[in-house]
Design a protein around this ligand. Structure first.
Ligand code: PHE
Length: 453
């Protein structure tokens, strides 16, 4: 692998462009929709602490590993694993890791797009004044009747998938970079303003207490797994999204600094979302464990009652859709890059193929909320099953393998050269985390869930 090698798909125009794109991938529905509702379902404080620990001890080192793998080979995750295994003289079966990532990307996007469709529909609902002066039960009724309608969900899911495919078809430099450039700062400002609103609800302290006061008796093996899985999900790890973005990263950029910035931003956004949402949950007499509808049943109350709430709500849901879009493009990019590199397709054809498959798969999630809501496998609806399979199993397994590969299979010389850290001490710290701490932590959490520990 030479230093001058570049991806055939092009390269980010700068370090800043990579930061934007990778942050765009990381920050999405995971932070604003998923984090609050799973924190609510799993009892709050203690769950949040486990999640934060997982981000620091497992997420950050693995994010560095994924980026360096991608940048070293400059190909899609499947070819990357093949090429790097060859370079290290290791078994060529490592490329199955790339395959698992591509499949995980399809499965995640299939439900991600449905939820992003909800957010899109809420732009429209706000626009038509549906939240105006509505109380908590009216807002809940609105949400319940919305998800009960397969036709509406199919419409919004289709629209969102189409938008994703159009952006991806335009390619890394024009499509992806432009889509994320203006959105991150705006979303951030809106969340801060929502936190300010939450302070006026009278239940701010209760919300903060729920989110940050740990009660470890509420933790179960499964909630620890969910917290760990979420660290992977929210940082876009374990399926090749960060790897493929790393493959477009210029050679001279410091991976460690960049990764800290991305993971830090992602975490702050999730915490801000939690701080904004829980006071509203308590003030409106709702349950933190309301499930996937949580933000859709709480935030509109704020938008319906505050001055300027109509415009604010409109902007907020537009931002949320864009945040979801900058994540969804990274979910499908590994598959698209593979189709282009290995199957001789152009980007447009690759998008049509992969987009159609994901779109169809999305129907499973759509029907989980209405016509098939009683259909359960292992006590879970299709949506819950997909979420569990990907976030709690595939991503952590993928991440575990990436850690083992970067820590044990690649030579020290190669990882050291890619990371190019200013002090050998920092490199040693990464090495300990990636060789021992991260894989052992994932392993122990799995043992715990299957009841061995
Ligand atoms: N990180 C994204 C979010 O939090 C979701 C995602 C997962 C994106 C895995 C890419 C890969 O919304």
């Amino acid at each position: 692998m030479t230093d001058t090698k570049k991806s055939i798909h092009g390269e980010w125009s700068s370090r800043f462009a990579f930061i934007l794109a990778a942050t765009g991938s990381a920050v999405g529905l995971g932070n604003i929709w998923k984090f609050p509702y799973i924190a609510g379902e799993n009892g709050g404080g203690a769950f949040v602490i486990v999640y934060l620990l997982c981000v620091v001890l497992i997420g950050i080192p693995i994010m560095m590993a994924e980026t360096l793998l991608g940048r070293r080979s400059r190909q899609n995750p499947i070819n990357t694993m093949k090429a790097l295994a060859e370079e290290a003289g290791a078994d060529k079966n490592w490329h199955y890791l790339g395959w698992m990532g591509v499949i995980a990307g399809f499965l995640i996007l299939s439900y991600y797009s449905v939820i992003a469709g909800w957010a899109s529909a809420y732009v429209f609902k706000d626009f038509t004044g549906s939240f105006f002066d509505a109380d908590a039960s009216e807002i809940k009724g609105l949400f319940d009747s919305f998800i009960a309608s397969p036709v509406q969900l199919i419409f919004w899911h289709s629209l969102f998938m189409l938008a994703t495919m159009v952006v991806v078809a335009r390619g890394v430099n024009s499509g992806i970079e432009k889509a994320v450039r203006f959105l991150m700062p705006s979303l951030f400002v809106m969340l801060v303003l929502l936190v300010a609103y939450a302070m006026t609800t009278g239940s701010y302290d209760e919300g903060i207490e729920f989110l940050f006061m740990p009660d470890f008796s509420k933790l179960t093996g499964d909630s620890v797994l969910t917290a760990m899985g979420h660290a992977f999900f929210t940082l876009s790890l374990g399926m090749g999204a960060i790897m493929i973005y790393g493959s477009y990263l210029p050679k001279d950029v410091s991976i460690s600094k960049t990764v800290f910035l991305i993971a830090g931003t992602d975490t702050v956004v999730a915490l801000l979302a939690g701080i904004a949402i829980f006071p509203i949950v308590f003030a409106s007499g709702q349950e933190p464990s309301a499930g996937p509808g949580l933000i859709f049943q709480t935030l509109p109350i704020a938008f319906g009652s505050m001055t300027g709430g109509w415009l604010f709500g409109l902007l907020f849901f537009v931002m949320l859709v864009f945040a979801a879009l900058s994540s969804s493009i990274s979910l499908i990019e590994p598959a698209v890059a593979w189709l282009v590199e290995n199957k001789d397709m152009n980007r447009k054809q690759a998008c049509i193929w992969s987009g159609s498959v994901t779109w169809l798969l999305g129907f499973g999630t759509i029907f989980s909320f209405n016509v098939w809501s009683e259909f359960k496998v292992f006590d879970r609806t299709i949506f819950q099953l997909l979420d569990y399979l990907t976030a709690n199993l595939m991503l952590p397994i993928g991440g575990f393998c990436i850690a083992v590969f970067a820590g044990w299979i690649m030579t020290q010389q190669h990882t050291e050269q890619e990371l190019n850290m200013p002090s050998p001490r920092n490199y040693q710290a990464w090495k300990i985390l990636i060789c021992y701490v991260a894989p052992a932590a994932v392993f122990l959490v799995f043992l715990n869930v299957i009841g061995v520990l």
